[in-house]
Design a protein around this ligand. Sequence first.
Ligand SMILES: Cc1cc2nc3c(=O)[nH]c(=O)nc-3n(C[C@H](O)[C@H](O)[C@H](O)COP(=O)(O)OP(=O)(O)OC[C@H]3O[C@@H](n4cnc5c(N)ncnc54)[C@H](O)[C@@H]3O)c2cc1C
Length: 392
Amino acid sequence: MKQFDVVIAGGAMAGMTLALALDTLSRSQLRIAVVEPFTVDHQAHPGFDSRSIALSFGTVEILKSLGLWEQIAPVATAIKHIHVSDRSHAGMTNIDHSDISVAALGYVVELADVGRIYQTQLEQRPSISLLCPDSVHEIERTASHNVVTLQSGDQLECRLLVAADGAISSCCQALGFELKQHDFDQVALIANIRCQQAHQGRAFERFTEQGPVALLPMSDDRMSLVWCLRPEVAERVLQLDDAAFLAELQQAFGWRLGQMTQVGQRASYPLLLRYRAQNISHRFAIVGNAAQTLHPIAGQGFNLGIRDVASLAEEVVQSLADVGRYQVLNAFSRRRQADRDTTIAMTSALVHIFSNDYLSLRIGRNLGLAMMDNVPSLKTPLLQRTLGLVAR
Ligand SMILES: Cc1cc2nc3c(=O)[nH]c(=O)nc-3n(C[C@H](O)[C@H](O)[C@H](O)COP(=O)(O)OP(=O)(O)OC[C@H]3O[C@@H](n4cnc5c(N)ncnc54)[C@H](O)[C@@H]3O)c2cc1C
């Protein structure tokens, strides 16, 4: 049986960041295993697919503190300005990096790029074993350790098992964790888009009766589209040819970037809130999407997940002799509660307020957006969470 201090189920954004964080903060004193069914370049890798995500200012600060940003920065595109508007109505708000004296409000990265960079990093760290392709099959816990049986039949003994195995999380299922779910009745449609105008670091979020449309600036003057639609509308839009798709998108988004000229391959994701209130149990902790999977409306998913990762790594390295002690896990869980609850509540409220066309909500949100632009004290709490400047 192979011995480790920490076994991490899931080698995507949360799992790989955690392995690297633990290795850095412990100065390579921990033996770490990452178990992942898909190789980084596998087409079906659910964590490193064709998505682009926005990393908040706070996330970038965490990555810098872990020595990981230097490798990611060359493939990241800065967000200098965010424009939020409501389709066909006057309400809008703008946030510029100069308003708050930062170089960028956040950065956009392609997950596939980060996957390759993380893989190289992992290979350079002798204390980390990447067990791939393989997956966690069975978990047996005793007072002093866990025995994790993999699909291949290999067995790993560890002090702490961390589930970073995504929304469904077979580890959490195996251990009987309760999962709360809410179906938003929306599908996120993603694609890369080219427009007539250069993006100049501008990101856009536009609320429509169907759901929000976000366009994020990417390398090579492309825009990354996340278009949230009712499932039946998404199904129809996915079938359109490129010209018809662009025409419909143009109508929903408007002309702020001139004519939309090209669309790349499209993919879709059903949108559900998935939440496990309890994020620890005996010699077991949960991070990232396994703990909570959010609607992408405010781009908070990994930005929240990395705060799980950083807090867990900081607590674990306080107790190198036994990284799975109850005190370690309890401290982690308590640190994470307020941030998780608030971010989930804020994200879900935004979906409900902005995906409706009830007159009262429409008037309210337009007033809200207009006021936010003029009253800094209203803008501040949302802005701080958007920037990832959150206590953890
Ligand atoms: C359309 C869209 C746009 C988004 N935009 C943003 C954004 O702008 N900003 C942001 O911060 N977030 C965004 N997100 C969310 C973000 O992508 C996720 O929060 C993040 O990628 C989740 O990473 P994860 O590692 O926690 O989980 P996952 O990516 O789900 O990875 C889980 C991993 O576990 C592996 N696994 C599964 N079962 C097992 C097992 N039994 N044993 C071992 N391994 C297993 C899987 O193969 C997978 O690799 C967006 C999401 C969507 C859908």
